[in-house]
Ligand binder design. Structure first.
Ligand code: ADP
Ligand code: F6P
Length: 478
């Protein structure tokens, strides 16, 4: 596995500072796979100038790639998080384009490719992840033509009219085409990629068989998931249930709990969601006596201006809603801005009557799947943005347009008042889907196609068997 982020990160500088588990969908998905499959994880420790030697963490061989302070600024904060991240998320904020950032991106991608080449045995499978490392497939192929190379993009891949903004668009397409298999969260993303390759005359053919440089490259949808059984088992543990009970007691046992759990990112729609909750109270569709909204948000990319701004903005919105609606002992929005351990998050999922997952754009959103996996009683209601990749599979959620404040507010009210039998029917369908399509099925289907075993003619090699329509995952337009 080659990914910018390792399963744990350092909090300080250089080789000082303690280790903490990393938040984010990529780590949540990849960790269980590497625990059950022998292999190494090549990535950055999260601290500048850190020269930590390879080590073993929880059975996983970790091979750190060092980044200098300037590289962290240009490659990670710059090119990755101020160019690709906003560009690939519908340009929610304006992406920036700087040649110095691009130079650094190129250099760091070379370093990751060299480390991956050193880590791989002859004939190995190398799986490269996410937008930080889009040049690695091509660079690795040049060094190690003997390995099979897979790439997976955890975030959306934009349509042509947005991607074309990128001054280095052909370099990125060529970089990705170095892979044998390119996985996307949705069939639409795979189609966007194939269309761009044809448009720039870098490849011919359809997404599932792009002819490039004398090779066949396959671009296909593999909707990522979670380790369902792990969450399901952990959510049944007495200590999890006891803590969930305690949370309910602390907020007021008669109050229904609405919950959100996100990285503090402008793509997640946290501001609009809290505003909608405020409207819910303003329109008297609910009151602080009968409900409370808990927002847990992990600080993220805090050196980047847009994230600093977001943090201040959310502080303000929470203050405004609480100032207007809270009463003694009845705080409207309880906001926890911190990174929690998984053991700390689980009881919140178990305690919450309603889960609000309302990103403006999201590659998949694993939080939605984690909530469903923790609802072992089969109750609870999920409100889910149409603009999360998860919306394609999780059809029984109440789906919302997060930019439509009126309807989003009303959907929160519907979730709070949903008939319990209807809620159970929906949750049972959601659990069936997430259980069948868990992270092990995801990685197996990817590896099967990468090894050349499965024909992969549809959007996913794994039988769906759930209530999602096949149309949602197949690449019909190609
Ligand atoms: P993204 O990859 O954009 O962060 P996902 O929803 O796919 O979004 O994944 C987020 C992951 O990070 C989930 O596994 C979730 O449990 C975890 N997470 C979210 N918020 C926190 C938090 N405050 N503390 C620790 N982990 C968090
Ligand atoms: O899942 C998308 C993603 O960007 C991952 O690539 C990343 O690890 C995660 O979100 C968290 O972001 P970061 O690694 O920048 O802290």
């Amino acid at each position: 596995m080659v990914a910018n982020r390792l399963p744990l990160h350092r909090t300080g500088t250089g080789s000082d500072g303690s280790w903490r588990a990393s938040a984010g969908g990529l780590v949540t998905a990849l960790e269980p796979i590497l625990r059950s499959t022998p292999g190494a994880w090549v990535g950055w420790t999260g601290a500048p100038d850190d020269r930590t030697e390879p080590f073993v963490h929880d059975g996983i061989e970790v091979r750190p790639v060092p980044l200098s302070r300037v590289e962290v600024e240009h490659y990670y904060h710059g090119m990755s998080n101020r160019t690709f991240w906003p560009l690939y998320h519908d340009a929610i904020v304006s992406p920036e384009f700087h040649r110095t950032w691009w130079g650094s991106y190129l250099e760091v991608n070379q370093r990751f490719a060299a480390e991956a080449a050193a880590a791989a045995a002859p004939g190995d499978l190398v799986w490269v992840h996410d937008y930080h490392l889009q040049l690695v497939p091509q660079l690795l192929r040049a060094r190690r033509p003997d390995v099979r190379i897979g790439f997976f993009l955890h975030i959306p891949f934009p349509p042509q009219e947005l991607f074309e903004w990128l001054p280095w668009r052909e370099e990125i397409l060529r970089g990705l085409l170095g892979a044998d298999l390119i996985g996307f969260q949705t069939a639409a993303a795979a189609r966007n990629f194939a269309q761009l390759c044809r448009h720039h005359r870098l490849a011919s053919g359809s997404a599932d068989a792009l002819e490039h440089d004398g090779r066949t490259v396959r671009a296909q949808a593999f909707p990522i998931s979670i380790d369902f059984d792990w969450f399901d088992t952990a959510a049944r543990k007495p200590e999890t249930l006891a803590r969930a009970e305690e949370i309910r007691r602390l907020v007021g046992p008669e109050r229904r709990i609405l919950l959100s759990v996100d990285r503090l990112d402008y793509t997640k729609g946290i501001d609009r969601r809290i505003e909608a909750f405020g409207e819910l109270l303003a329109r008297r569709l609910a009151s602080v006596e009968d409900c409370v909204f808990l927002q847990i948000a992990a600080p993220s990319r805090e050196a980047v201006h847009e994230y600093k701004h977001l943090r201040r903005q959310i502080d303000g919105i929470v203050g405004s809603v609480n100032g207007t609606y809270s009463t003694p002992g009845r705080i409207a929005v309880q906001y926890f801005r911190r990174n929690l351990t998984r053991a700390e998050i689980l009881p919140y999922y178990c305690a919450a009557d309603v889960m609000l997952v309302t990103p403006l754009r999201d590659g998949m959103n694993l939080v939605a799947k984690e909530y469903v996996a923790c609802r072992t009683n089969g109750d609870g209601v999920l409100v889910l943005s149409e603009f999360a990749g998860a919306a394609q599979e999780m059809r029984q959620a109440i789906q919302v347009n997060p930019r439509d404040l009126d309807r989003m507010t009303e959907s929160f009210a519907s979730a709070l008042t949903m008939d319990p039998a209807e809620a159970k029917r929906r949750m049972s369908g959601l659990r069936r889907t997430v259980r069948r399509r868990d992270v092990h099925a995801w990685s197996k289907s990817f590896f099967d196609v990468l090894r050349g075993g499965a024909d992969g003619g549809g959007g996913t090699a794994e039988p769906t068997g759930s209530d999602i329509g096949e149309d949602d995952l197949t690449d019909e337009a190609d």
